[in-house]
Every structure is written in C-alpha cells, then in structure tokens.
Write a protein that binds this ligand. Structure first.
Ligand SMILES: [Zn+2]
Length: 140
C-alpha cells in the first residue's frame, strides 16, 4: 500500500522519494512547489500533490554555525553549518552545508544538493545511503 504524500513525516518523505531523486511536493492544480508536506496545497487548497524531480539547486537564505554539539554523536562534526536553503523552485529547506569552512558561508551563495539525482543530473546512479538531503557549494 502506498502512503499518501501528505501523511509522511519529513524523514519518511525523503526515504520515499530517494529512488526518483531530489523531489519536492508540487501541487498538480496550480503547479506551485511547497515544503514541508501539507495535506493540501497552501496556495489553492488542492489535494492533488505529487513529488516532482527538481533542479537540486538553490541559495543560502540564512545559516547558523553550531559550535557546541547537541549530543555526543555530533561532537566530531563541530563546528558545522545549519542552513536554510531557498531552492530554485521556491520552498525553503533546513539542511546542513558540507564541504565548506563555516567562516566561508555567505548569504545568497549558490548551493546544490549532494548525492541525489536531479533533473539537471539525470544519471542513472541511485543515490547513496539514507541520509536526508545535504547541500554543498555549487561550483558549476
Ligand atoms: Zn495549488
């Protein structure tokens, strides 16, 4: 049985869409993208929502540098960057920025999702692991 998109919590959503690539919920009525998941389109109220493959690109809307590990499992990671990324399709996502020194992160810098198939990178390789989407600087 397939669970409707609107009933999935965030990590379940990412596990669910991983085989098709980095996809965001899109209203099939007004074509607006949104995220987090909602039972109905926040723009028009339609219940016809599908996960649609996106560019995987965006820009840093805001960020914070974490210096104090929230738990022992994060101690090896600090300092690290938690960012709000504005995707090119519109929705903002909370994520981590990888492969960049925290002091080099700038508001507005271009970023790209790591390890997920996108419509600009339609390679047949299946994404690795079960990690949620992380981003890195877009050097293209
Ligand atoms: Zn809509």
């Amino acid at each position: 049985m397939i669970t409707p998109l609107s009933l999935l919590v965030s990590h379940q959503y990412w596990e669910n869409v991983r085989p098709q690539g980095f996809s965001l919920p899109q209203c099939q009525s007004c074509k607006a993208f949104h995220f987090y998941l909602r039972p109905a389109c926040p723009g028009c109220g339609s219940l016809d929502i599908k996960a649609v493959l996106t560019s995987g690109r965006g820009s840093v809307y805001s960020f914070s540098i974490v210096h104090r590990a929230p738990s022992a499992s994060f101690e090896k990671d600090v300092p690290y960057v938690v960012a709000l990324v504005a995707t090119d399709e519109g929705p903002h996502l909370m994520t981590r920025l990888m492969k960049i020194k925290p002091q080099d992160v700038k508001i507005g810098m271009r970023v790209v999702v790591i390890g997920w198939r996108t419509h600009r990178d339609p390679a047949d390789q299946v994404s690795e692991g079960a990690a949620p989407p992380l981003f890195e600087p877009d050097l293209s």
